[in-house]
Design a protein around this ligand. Structure first.
Ligand code: TRP
Length: 453
């Protein structure tokens, strides 16, 4: 596709909606709380916030710059900006990462569909915590249901992908985000007024720094990459659709703040309830699905709230999944000359294969392990703790050291249209702080370097 033909997001709001639609998803409602619960609470939150500011925001900016300068998919953009060099391999790693993320993401998105069904058929009323937990476990250890929902989810994403970037993504997010915020606040109010809720707020906001270990730090960094959709070319691909008139730094700040706020609000809805109900905060990936139905069961109008919530969670997952699939499809179409339709079909089939492997991790394949993890955990961990940080490191080195300072400055100022007084700080971050920070966290985890135990 030539530069002239390339589709652009239609307005400033559309850019934010699309990027926020990618960022806000299961990462905020499902993964953030469960990671926080497993990693000691408030201390994790603080480290997470530091990573969002020092590593997440500079990398998001870098990805937008690379995509908008390169005007192509994640592999093509690197090839465009660094012809005859090997930087495009970062893009290829992103494509592979996309498949792996979708492999488990689509399974959890399938759970949200099961829960829409359960909400509509009014399954949460008059059930105690133990029963509601059992309901989830029964569903998830049953072999077929999780697989069928996962396939349904991937199929719906595929249809939207085939319809194209502009039609598919823009509209849904603008309506969904504000509504989602309203519901999560209502849930939060119910949650913190439950008996014993205070312990949950303490867990969330009163840090116990003795809980910080190298693996807590790595988890927080991985979660920042995951939640902001970074390190694998998603924002490069979306950056290529952003018009030259758009003010990139505003988009970065708005999207990051929105994403982080929603993750914190989701935790306020979840942890007070977790403590009030006596659920183990370190329960794992199931945490949200066994906690929130309890809150709905005890809320006035819980029936309606629960239906709305799970539908919106599903839509949030959908807009994120689309951004992940778009990385692969844009690559296949532009670099490998596939038709959009066949590219989407191929992508869908491979994702379903990984999806089945992840879904079975909770039932018949729970004993099948690689590096001591089932496939679900493996896909989840290897992407957010290895591939994305590595991708992010290389992306910041590429922006800070390879691209010329003038060209980066031109891009972020839209050719002098916007002020760039933050420019030196940005370059300092991507040259030194971001790459060295990521490296230290990775080395620390490998035990090659000791900052924390
Ligand atoms: N950020 C999304 C979420 O929080 C998931 C997601 C979309 C993603 N695109 C990504 C994660 C790219 C990592 C990389 O649900």
């Amino acid at each position: 596709m030539s530069k002239e033909q390339r589709i652009n997001f239609s307005s400033k709001l559309a850019v934010i909606a699309a990027a926020a639609g990618s960022a806000v998803g299961l990462g905020n409602f499902w993964r953030f709380p469960y990671e926080l619960g497993q990693n000691g609470g408030a201390a994790f939150l603080i480290i997470y916030l530091i990573f969002v500011f020092l590593i997440g925001m500079p990398i998001m900016m870098s990805e937008f710059v690379i995509g908008r300068m390169g005007q192509k998919n994640t592999v093509g953009s690197f090839k465009q900006l660094a012809p005859k060099r090997e930087w495009w391999l970062i893009g290829l790693m992103g494509v592979v990462t996309s498949f792996l993320i979708m492999g488990f993401y689509s399974v959890v998105a399938g759970w949200t569909m099961e829960y829409i069904y359960q909400a509509i058929t009014n399954q949460f009323v008059n059930k105690d915590t133990a029963t509601l937990t059992q309901v989830f476990v029964d569903f998830n250890t049953g072999t077929w249901r999780p697989i069928l929902w996962m396939i349904a989810f991937v199929a719906i994403s595929a249809v939207i992908i085939i319809l194209g970037v502009k039609d598919g993504i823009e509209k849904s997010t603008k309506v969904m985000m504000p509504l989602l915020v309203v519901i999560i606040i209502a849930l939060g109010i119910r949650s913190i007024t439950l008996p014993g809720a205070l312990d949950g707020l303490k867990f969330l906001f009163h840090p116990d720094f003795s809980k910080i270990t190298s693996s807590v730090i790595l988890s927080a960094m991985g979660q920042a990459f995951f939640s902001l959709s970074l390190g694998m070319g998603c924002m490069i691909t979306y950056g290529s659709y952003i018009s030259k008139k758009n003010h990139l730094s505003h988009t970065v700040v708005e999207v990051s703040l929105m994403d982080t706020t929603i993750a914190v609000l989701a935790s306020i809805a979840i942890f007070p309830a977790v403590f009030s109900l006596g659920i183990n905060p370190g329960y794992g990936p199931e945490l949200v699905f066994i906690t929130l139905p309890n809150v709905f069961a005890q809320m006035p109008g819980g029936y309606i709230w629960s239906i709305l919530f799970f539908i919106l969670l599903f839509v949030a997952a959908l807009t994120s999944a689309i951004s992940l699939m778009e990385v692969i499809v844009a690559y296949l179409v532009e670099e490998k000359k596939f038709k959009r339709f066949s590219a989407t079909m191929l992508t869908t089939l491979v994702i379903i294969l990984f999806g089945v492997m992840s879904a079975l991790s909770f039932s018949s394949w729970s004993d099948v392990k690689l590096f001591g993890m089932n496939f679900f955990d493996l896909f989840d961990n290897i992407t957010s703790k290895v591939f994305m940080p590595l991708g992010g490191l290389l992306i910041s080195v590429f922006t800070g050291w390879f691209l010329s300072k003038e060209s980066v400055k031109k891009e972020i100022s839209s050719h002098g249209k916007f002020p760039t007084n933050y420019y030196n700080a940005f370059i300092f971050l991507v040259r030194y702080v971001t790459p060295i920070g990521i490296l230290l966290v990775l080395l620390n985890q490998l035990g090659l370097f000791k900052l924390f135990n």
